[in-house]
Design a protein around this ligand. Structure first.
Ligand code: R5P
Length: 293
């Protein structure tokens, strides 16, 4: 077994060197996947930019009715035109998102403990199996993982089993890096966690932005999308998205910084300008102010 003690520190991330050729398929690390899996990934990532804006609205699965998501039925459908993928729970989709909203969906496929629980990093279990994810027409399923925390081993097991089932069904798995409240959001942590998820089979990894993020994206052999985290002023959230994209993220899976914005629809569009149209953060913020009602 590899021994962490005495390991040489990693340093050469090949920044600026493109990833290996994916056999003409434009998504990092996905060149050898089957047609169905590639077809679903191609619905997640824009063919033009290669990037994605995912709207995360799965917060209620552990937090209850978060600010901005008190009424999913009123908030989510109007935002759908401005994003590439909707990411939520089975219950949220079935009750609050009409199937006529023609937008690819990523289903959160694991449950976790609520915010009332003393240690949320113990993790949970499977909330929806692959057969039912297929029935929901999901283009991806999301598994929460707890690297460095109590639920690490259990969540990696859930990730691996989900990747196995998804491979048979042609559904890619989004591995989500959770950060416990006592853990530092450092380059070293995200290097470790994102790489572990990719090597354990995740086809896309959701992480947070951090200093040294360029190393994180280059060391991870699959696309990374960033979560937004707690609500920031709109200009700062756009700066975070801009930096992440410029440092190698292939998109965002953002929630609160969109649906808690003063104008969620304008914010979703402004984030899209950064992610897909190479807007600077400053230009995207000006766009936000122009569009904001
Ligand atoms: C992740 O565990 C959460 O459920 C959200 O999907 C994630 O945190 C993204 O949302 P936000 O941008 O609000 O952090």
């Amino acid at each position: 077994m590899a021994d962490a003690v005495g390991n040489k520190a990693s340093k050469d991330y090949g920044v600026g060197v493109p990833p290996p050729d994916s056999g003409g398929f434009p998504i990092k690390g996905a060149g050898h996947l089957d047609w169905g899996m590639q077809h679903r990934l191609a619905q997640m990532f824009s063919p033009a930019s290669g990037n994605t804006v995912m709207l995360a609205f799965d917060h209620g699965y552990i937090m209850g009715p978060t600010s901005g998501l008190e009424r999913l039925d009123l908030v989510i459908p109007p935002l759908a035109p401005y994003v590439n993928v909707l990411m939520g729970t089975r219950g949220a989709f079935k009750t609050c998102v009409p199937p006529t909203v023609q937008k690819p969906i990523c289903l959160r496929s694991t449950y976790d403990t609520s915010v009332l629980f003393e240690d949320m990093t113990v993790g949970g279990g499977i909330a929806i199996d692959m057969e039912n994810a297929v029935a929901m027409d999901a283009v991806a399923v999301a598994v929460q993982t707890f690297i460095g925390s109590a639920g690490e081993a259990r969540s990696l097991e859930l990730l691996a089993r989900t990747v196995d089932a998804g491979t048979k069904a042609g559904i890619p798995t989004l591995g989500v890096v959770a950060v416990g409240k006592d853990m530092a959001r450092t380059e070293q942590f995200f290097l470790l966690a994102t790489r572990m998820l990719a090597e354990n089979g995740a086809h896309v990894v959701k992480s947070y932005y951090c200093d040294g993020f360029e190393h994180v994206t280059h060391a991870c052999p699959v696309p990374i999308v960033i979560a937004g985290g707690k609500k920031l002023p709109e200009s700062e959230a756009l700066t975070m998205a801009y930096r992440a994209i410029n440092e190698g993220a292939r998109g965002v899976d953002m929630g609160r910084n969109i649906f808690q914005a003063d104008d969620p629809n304008a914010m979703a569009q402004a984030v899209g300008k950064v992610v897909h149209e190479a807007f600077t953060d400053k230009r995207a913020y000006e766009f936000y102010l122009d569009v904001k009602s």
